[in-house]
Design a protein around this ligand. Structure first.
Ligand code: NAD
Length: 355
């Protein structure tokens, strides 16, 4: 990494722009949800097409019987970013989110953070943007119907992204919890979708051009069996994203063309953990650069084995940094000590002692 950035004066750096959940919601509404997702997708695509410039590593995960807590770092020559994110499938029943997150973008030139932001909403938005970006390349021509299995927190974001980028208009919803389907159906009908609640996963996939699986269970689940997937369908599998946590029957993988973010991480966490470690997959950055084919036939089954990679969060952090600059959507946070003499950190502390 070469530090090429010009460093602003210290006083300008002491307060770090902080985007709270309330500010993120105001920012998203000021842009519009679908334009926001489309903007995120542009940033993600731009970063994937300069893939070799990034420091890349599988995320660092701390597993427990209840879930996982992960750090997702990456950097280019200019900026360093990381996200803290958890995944706790049992949380929902206790009134907590399954996934929560926050993240930091920092200057490579001096190591100072330049943005601290909530990323629970931003993760849902960026995951949806990534899914739809991939869908735009892999979904069958003229796709308009999507099945969505798992109607929890990510569901509506995925639907809006697939409308914005791929032209999906009709949604076939299924969740083991009918209340989740009712919630998603209500939210999505209000967004102008043609919504069909279904009573089984088998019914949901009927006539769908795209199948999105976004369930949460810390187990080897079989949300889709081989007989449920027809030729020409695109599968957007986002819920299998941890060791021992998958959604698709292995036979589906064996007859799909599989597209991944970063194989080194996906082989640990994705659906392909069920396959031999040398099973062929296509890296999406090569598809976005035109160096590897995407969909090549109408009969092909394509699978995006999504686990979520640090570069997508880096793109999202860049996007938010650029959108909040010069606006009131970020608050200055007194995060970094700023003594007048950088060597006199102790003096700064003692001068602050109560009289
Ligand atoms: P959530 O807990 O809010 O929703 C999950 C839904 O799945 C629930 O409504 C639950 O009832 C349903 N479900 C569970 N088992 C099911 C089954 N067998 N059939 C049908 N429905 C079932 O979780 P969320 O925040 O929406 O996240 C969904 C999944 O996406 C999680 O596994 C999460 O880890 C994953 N995720 C992946 C990425 C990524 O980048 N790939 C990003 C964010 C979240």
């Amino acid at each position: 990494m070469n530090a090429v950035q010009t460093i602003p004066a210290p006083s300008a750096l002491a307060h770090v722009p902080f985007v709270s959940v309330a500010d993120m919601m105001r920012l998203v509404h000021s842009i519009g949800i679908e334009p926001f997702i489309a903007g995120l997708a542009e940033y993600i695509e731009a970063d994937f097409t300069r893939w070799p410039e990034f420091d890349k590593t599988p995320r660092v995960a701390a597993h427990s019987p209840e879930g996982v807590i992960e750090l997702m770092p990456t950097a280019d020559h200019d900026s360093y970013g990381f996200k803290y994110v958890n995944g706790h499938p049992a949380n929902m029943a206790r009134g907590f989110q399954t996934v929560t997150a926050f993240g930091v973008l920092a200057s490579v030139a001096n190591g100072y953070p330049v943005l601290l932001t909530e990323m629970t909403l931003l993760t849902a938005l960026r995951t949806a943007a990534m899914s739809a970006l991939v869908g735009r390349t892999l979904a069958p021509r003229g796709a308009s119907v999507m099945a969505m299995i798992g109607n929890g927190a990510q569901c509506e974001f995925q639907a809006l992204a697939f409308r914005a980028l791929c032209g999906i208009k009709r949604l076939r919803l299924y969740d083991i919890d009918a209340a989740a389907t009712a919630k998603a159906a209500r939210n999505l009908a209000a967004q102008g979708f043609d919504v069909i609640p279904c009573t089984s996963a088998e019914a949901a996939v009927e006539g769908a051009h795209v199948i999105t699986t976004c369930t949460a269970d810390k187990t080897r689940a079989t949300i889709l069996t081989d007989n449920m997937v027809g030729s020409g369908q695109h599968i957007n599998a986002i819920g299998g994203d941890c060791p021992g946590k998958t959604e698709l029957h292995r036979d589906i993988l064996l007859r799909s063309d599989i597209f991944v973010e970063y194989p080194e991480q996906t082989r640990i966490e994705g659906e392909i953990q069920q396959l031999d470690s040398n099973h062929p997959v296509t890296e999406l950055w090569q598809v976005f650069r035109g160096e590897a084919p995407g969909r090549t036939s109408d009969r092909q089954v394509t699978l995006f084995d999504s686990v979520g990679f640090a570069v997508e969060d880096f793109s999202a952090l860049r996007y938010v940094r650029d959108r909040v600059a010069g606006t009131g959507f970020a608050q200055p946070l007194d995060l970094l000590a700023d003594p007048d003499d950088p060597r006199d950190l102790f003096g700064m502390l003692t001068r602050a002692a109560p009289a």
